[in-house]
Design a protein around this ligand. Structure first.
Ligand code: FE2
Length: 234
């Protein structure tokens, strides 16, 4: 079965849903309390210039305060008076992912979630290599760290048009995947560990058409491996 996001649903023989968990077990989008279910734009976890020179203050400024905020604002308008108004964001995403008539709510809720997760996937102190349990799991599932970097790079650079590259936990294994437009692993029962935004708005001011340079710099210098480790299921 293919839903409107274009990704095949993962189902076992006999039609049983293969994965029941959808949201990361240890991390949930911070819903604003006491605001009638309205969704607030989460604070950026660092200053707008903290990721420079890999990502400039100007890019972060537009990306966060225009693009991310734009998704949140549109979503709040769409949720007014809808059956989704009081749901956690992850539930809204899951409830609308397979319903093409709810594509606008899905797109804006998924982009609200994806960008929040993306900001946390980057750190001014990021880059380098993971250690501990995550490093051992990467060796087990990819062979070595360089193979993971190669796969992640290929997914990010090879994504045709707008979308995302991800490191995910999938039924006990780590793997790399990519999604188009607003689509998100949590709509497919996967647990994201890291996200990489490859929409042009993420890099065009700094890198113009050179997406590969942006991807290489972010992987080398900004990816927050500690965050990825925190998102690993026990
Ligand atoms: Fe973006």
């Amino acid at each position: 079965m293919t839903d409107h996001t274009g990704i095949r649903e993962h189902r076992q023989q006999g039609g049983a849903t293969a994965r029941k968990s959808a949201a990361p077990a240890k991390l949930a989008f911070p819903m604003q309390a006491g605001a009638g279910g309205r969704i607030a734009l989460p604070a950026l976890p660092y200053a707008e210039d903290a990721l420079a020179p890999v990502i400039s203050r100007e890019t972060i400024g537009f990306h966060y305060a225009k693009h991310h905020k734009g998704y949140v604002d549109k979503l709040n308008k769409l949720l007014e008076g809808s059956p989704y108004a009081e749901m956690a964001l992850e539930r809204i995403i899951q409830a609308t992912a397979k319903d093409g008539s709810k594509a606008a709510i899905f797109d804006n809720s998924a982009q609200t979630w994806n960008h929040w997760f993306f900001w946390l996937s980057l750190s001014p102190h990021g880059g380098g290599r993971p250690d501990g349990r995550l490093a051992r799991k990467i060796e087990e599932d990819f062979g070595d760290f360089e193979s993971l970097v190669n796969e992640l790079t290929q997914a990010a650079v090879g994504q045709f048009g707008s979308g995302w590259a991800w490191l995910v936990h999938d039924n006990g294994k780590l793997r790399v995947t990519k999604t188009s437009n607003a689509d998100t692993p949590i709509a497919h029962g996967l647990t994201p560990l890291l996200a990489l935004d490859v929409w042009e708005h993420a890099y065009y001011l700094d890198y113009q058409n050179r997406r590969a340079d942006y991807v290489a710099a972010v992987i080398d210098r900004l990816l927050a491996w500690e965050f990825a480790q925190q998102n690993m299921p026990a």
